[in-house]
Design a binder for this molecule. Structure first.
Ligand SMILES: [Zn+2]
Length: 455
């Protein structure tokens, strides 16, 4: 992948907004199909321009006007705000999960750094929050997006939820919060019976990742120094025994088995046992892995959140939607940067010119005729056309005939798939555009053309 150089942004952004940014589906998403009058027009956008010039409270009469403005200003960053009349009235319920909030429980990285080891925390966060949103809060339309650097965002787009008051939003975040207390609090999760089903189910999610992530990857019981940090979360009556036994065990896995076994015994014995039922193993799992939400981002309607598909100005990576069916395979380091996209665009342009030269076999030339260039003029116009067909394609299994996917740069294809929910898949390198009939129906939020489909 072409390395990203922030200094190159002034040169790359015009190309990005002219030929790569999915203006069509983006406008359709934010217009919610025009069902509510002026929903798009009353939306706040905010731009970060060159030299950190920050412009808030921008609004546009149409997606086309926004497109023109984006192409004129070439913002380094786009944020999306509330839908206004006079005061902020409506907005998606949003969640911002940032890896920096996990610094006290990450052994591998700190602050803005992430690696494939700690990225599992984001996977767990999406799994826990998404399950709760659907099963506990009855939400249907969620759009999960990679932030472009070290976290994930969730846009809850349900009609009813967009009208929620700040108090309701705060209540939802409160419901979804288990890890409490700042840097000075040692024990941030405290459980007592009866255990709420949300906690039980969340522990069920964490359990699937805990061994590989915490015991092997982070090795949280690997040395006396690290296990002391864990044992600080265990009640005193159990701590001393474990402190004596831990050095005799071989690795984190064995030590965890010991700790877990002991806690499970207290729960099996119930009140008849010597000691009270203890959930220290669950508390440890949750303190180390449970998602940490920023309540201020979710609560206030006036709060901005970085827009899907915009470029992260520090890393150059695009905020791409996450496919929840392939979440475990998502690799933040494989997400295209604005540099790699523009490079591919150039390369694809060269190919098209070569094909026009007539030196390739007829089949490939026929494919070239259907290529995004010169047939469609630009990739963004292809995107617009493709989505019209893509809608049929995903709804009724009709394949887009206008688009020769082989003629598209692979990464553009990959971004296209971001629009083609729910069946099209997030996967770099495979070349399949047809809907997958075996995929479960619409596990994802409606986005772009799928917004008004019945599920
Ligand atoms: Zn890491």
């Amino acid at each position: 992948m072409a390395p990203f150089e922030p200094a190159a942004l002034p040169e790359l952004l015009p190309l990005f907004y002219r030929r790569l940014f999915p203006h069509g589906p983006y406008g359709r998403w934010l217009g919610y199909g025009g069902v509510v009058k002026n929903y798009f027009q009353l939306r706040e956008f905010s731009f970060t321009l060159r030299d950190d010039i920050y412009v808030r409270f921008q609004s546009f009469s149409s997606p086309q006007e926004l497109e023109r403005e984006l192409q004129k200003l070439n913002p380094y960053k786009i944020d999306i705000g509330a839908v206004y009349s006079h005061r902020p009235q409506e907005k998606e319920l949003v969640f911002d999960i940032d890896m920096t909030d996990y610094d006290d429980v990450r052994m591998c990285c700190s602050s803005a750094d992430i690696c494939s080891k700690c990225w599992t925390l984001m996977t767990i966060a999406v799994r826990i929050i998404d399950r709760a949103l659907v099963e506990d809060l009855g939400v249907r339309h969620r759009l999960w997006v990679y932030s472009g650097r070290r976290g994930v965002h969730c846009w809850v787009c349900d009609d009813v939820v967009r009208k929620w008051s700040p108090a309701l939003r705060a209540a939802a975040v409160e419901y979804l919060t288990l890890v409490k207390g700042g840097a000075e609090t040692v024990k941030k999760v405290n459980l007592s019976e009866p255990i709420h089903p949300f906690i039980r189910r969340s522990v069920g999610v964490v359990e699937k990742y805990f061994e590989a992530y915490a015991l092997v990857g982070q090795d949280i019981l690997g040395s006396p120094e690290s296990w002391e940090k864990v044992l600080a979360l265990v009640p005193e009556e159990h701590r001393e025994v474990l402190q004596d036994e831990f050095p005799k065990k071989r690795d984190s896995m064995q030590r965890w088995e010991l700790l877990k076994g002991r806690m499970e015994r207290t729960r099996r014995q119930g009140t008849a046992g010597k000691s009270a039922p203890c959930y220290a193993d669950w508390e440890i799992m949750l303190q180390f892995c449970f998602p940490r939400l920023d309540i201020n981002v979710s609560k206030g309607l006036g709060h901005l959140l970085k827009s899907p598909f915009s470029v992260h100005p520090k890393t150059g990576r695009i905020s791409v939607p996450l496919d929840l069916q392939r979440l475990e395979q998502f690799d933040p380091f494989a997400v295209p940067t604005i540099s790699s996209l523009c490079e591919e665009l150039d390369a694809a342009g060269d190919d098209a010119e070569q094909e026009e030269g007539g030196e390739l076999e007829p089949k490939r030339r026929a494919r070239g005729r259907r290529a995004w260039r010169p047939t469609c003029g630009s990739l963004s116009s292809l995107w617009r056309r493709w989505n019209v067909h893509g809608e049929e394609s995903c709804g009724g299994g009709v394949t887009c005939k206008e688009t020769s996917e082989a003629s598209l740069p692979p990464t553009a294809l990959f971004l296209l798939r971001g629009h083609c929910w729910p069946q099209a898949s997030w996967c770099l390198g495979t070349r399949r555009l047809q809907p997958n009939p075996s995929a479960p129906l619409n596990p994802f939020p409606p986005f772009g053309p799928f917004l008004h489909k019945k599920h």
